[in-house]
Design a protein around this ligand. Sequence first.
Ligand SMILES: NC(=O)c1ccc[n+]([C@@H]2O[C@H](COP(=O)([O-])OP(=O)(O)OC[C@H]3O[C@@H](n4cnc5c(N)ncnc54)[C@H](OP(=O)(O)O)[C@@H]3O)[C@@H](O)[C@H]2O)c1
Length: 344
Amino acid sequence: MKQTKNRQWRLASHPIGLIKDSDYKWHEESIPELKDGEVLVRNIYLSLDPANRGWINPATAPHYVKPVSIGEVMRGICIGVIEESTNSQFENGEIVTGLLGWQDYFICDGKGLTSLSLFPRPEKAPLSIYLNVFGMIGLTAYFGLLDIGKPKEGETLVVSAAAGAVGSLVGQIGKLKGCRAIGIAGTEEKCSWITKELGFDAAINYKTESVRDRLKELCPNGIDIYFDNVGGDVLDTALGELNLHARVVICGMISTYNSMKPVSGPHNFVRILTKRALVQGFIVTDYFDRMTEALIDLMSWYSSGKLKYREHIVDGLENAPIAINKLFDGSNKGKLIIKISEEP
Ligand SMILES: NC(=O)c1ccc[n+]([C@@H]2O[C@H](COP(=O)([O-])OP(=O)(O)OC[C@H]3O[C@@H](n4cnc5c(N)ncnc54)[C@H](OP(=O)(O)O)[C@@H]3O)[C@@H](O)[C@H]2O)c1
């Protein structure tokens, strides 16, 4: 039966620290009739990402995209199915992705929608993989490591948030390029998963071990590539162990995203100078025009069993504001996704 109601999460206030339920407002409205040239997309999977936290800061905070305004539907990457189309470029039943928002339905004129038929799924790959290995996550790991980290055979790669969506792929791609991969993660279970299942050479539990002592032990010749997902003390400690001509890939700084105070800079910054290191930040969107190049490799590695991943799917759009904090308390095991509705 055709649905007539659209349920949405709209931004109610800019969070102070961790996101609270009350920072979002549940809103229900009727789905309007389509105008000429429009499509109606039913959202199936919603990606919850650390970047979402930055998107809901006040406009005065530093941003790389326009922040979500109070009252606006929360921005989010989704996979959805076209249920109605008056646009000749999209057919009913087509699976698409884009910034479709924290809601059941999305209506647009087709701009910003990407049809997943352009990137056929390898056999047995689940649809949700397009929010993960074959989506923004895979591209981040791929280009961050290969373009900026420039791994070479025999080098030592260290990655933080190593059991997370991006970090777990970075370590595996590093191994494929002949590096020694050392992961830093927050639980024994995560450390064990990346070493026993993913093939990392070693893991450090930053909550129970001295990261400095363990890095000295595991990287006697220093770190050649540090892929940073967390910032803060872990970044500072890793800088202290850089090898000559190291590359530091600044991918994310999740330890700072909820901070209401200015974050102090790393004490070991002088190591960039003495070790002639390169430090570079990047945003995955910089690489969207090279998506095909990455997907060819990512799909081939996945199909031959060389890239493993896990996903943490939470059922129900209503749970999005609570579930997102899993990224910040570390209780997500793999790519965090909300299932909004059934796959066709
Ligand atoms: N530059 C880009 O374009 C781009 C694109 C995508 C993602 N990113 C960044 O990549 C990073 C990882 O994102 P993801 O989507 O793959 O998330 P994720 O790693 O799957 O989940 C986040 C993980 O971060 C760890 N964490 C949370 N708070 C922490 C803290 N205070 N200190 C240390 N670790 C902490 C937790 O793992 P533990 O249990 O190990 O603590 C948590 O599971 C984020 O910083 C994100 O912003 C950047």
